[in-house]
Design a protein. Structure first.
Length: 304
């Protein structure tokens, strides 16, 4: 029995280690509710079931509408560009399950994971910039050397905004990420992202608007998440691989690829250690069980 359970346990551990972090979700009651078995519900089910259909999820971006007039359902899904297609599909599928469970009757809902976000609504979502609804995160721990931290963070975020708006990763993505550090400050990692079908000006305007909503001073980490763009920064690395570095103004910028490889190796080492530990425990249990069984057999033989 133990030998049969061991592979299943290891598989569950591997899946758990790959799950992206959930950030938040919002059910938008002002858009209204739908009636079960209604035409809108059928259209919404069709849109959401198509989120990860081959051919519709292009370069980590999904936009789809179905239906007519007030029964029309619209959805937008977006993954970070460094996320592989299968991980993107998995993240968006998780978003569909979570939103339809937590917002069972709402015509509009939005949810954010670290790797992706999903937004659906009865209202049009096409070619428009939306900074509402908005979700914020903020650390209660403040950075040291606050003046320099604020100055460097502003330079970093503005640099990333310019790169993302211009599609620095190519016309299919409006995304940029990087880091800043100096001898007086801990490294801060940041990323910004816009919907890829926004114009450069719309992306710039969206990011500029949410930058103003960030804490004025001096949280080590914070994030603003909207339907059209987002910004997030932390003292720990939370993206896998980035080719662009932040500005070097009076700071030393670490090469992101090297850090990404190091962090990736650390994650692999942790998983390997966990797997070996669990395997060792199961082997020990099996050995003890077999030893006890052999003792029982010997005792029966002696009694005969």
């Amino acid at each position: 029995m133990a030998l049969y359970l061991l592979p299943s346990l290891l598989l569950l551990m591997t899946k758990a280690s790959a799950q992206p972090n959930f950030i938040s979700h919002l059910c938008l009651y002002k858009t209204g509710n739908f009636i079960p078995n209604s035409t809108f519900k059928a259209n919404l089910d069709h849109v959401l079931s198509s989120v990860t259909t081959n051919g519709k999820l292009e370069n980590g971006f999904y936009r789809f509408s179905y239906g007519q007039n007030s029964d029309r359902a619209n959805a937008v899904g977006l993954c970070r560009p460094e996320i592989k297609l299968d991980a993107c599909q998995s993240c968006l599928n998780d978003s569909v399950r979570l939103l339809t469970k937590r917002c069972p009757n709402q015509k509009e809902a939005i949810g954010w994971y670290e790797n992706c976000f999903l937004h659906y609504s009865s209202s049009s979502l096409s070619n428009q910039m939306h900074i509402s609804p908005m979700f914020r995160t903020q650390s209660t721990k403040n950075a040291t050397n606050t003046d320099q931290f604020i100055r460097n963070l502003r330079i970093l975020l503005n640099s990333l905004k310019n790169k993302a708006s211009l599609g620095d990763h190519g016309s299919l993505h409006k995304y940029a990420a990087g880091n800043m550090s100096s001898s007086e400050l801990e490294t801060t990692y940041a990323l910004v992202q816009c919907l890829p079908d926004l114009t450069p000006q719309q992306c710039d305007d969206c990011l500029s608007s949410i930058f103003k909503k960030l804490p004025s001073c001096c949280s080590q980490s914070a994030g603003i998440f909207t339907p059209s763009c987002l910004v997030n920064y932390k003292p720990t690395r939370f993206f896998d691989s980035v080719t662009d570095d932040g500005p070097t103004t009076s700071s030393t910028v670490h090469k992101s690829r090297a850090v990404g490889k190091k962090n990736g190796k650390n994650k692999v080492h942790i998983v390997i250690i966990m797997v070996l530990s669990v395997a060792s425990c199961w082997i020990l249990i099996i050995c003890i069980y077999m030893f006890l069984q052999s003792r029982k057999i010997e005792e029966r033989a002696d009694s005969i």
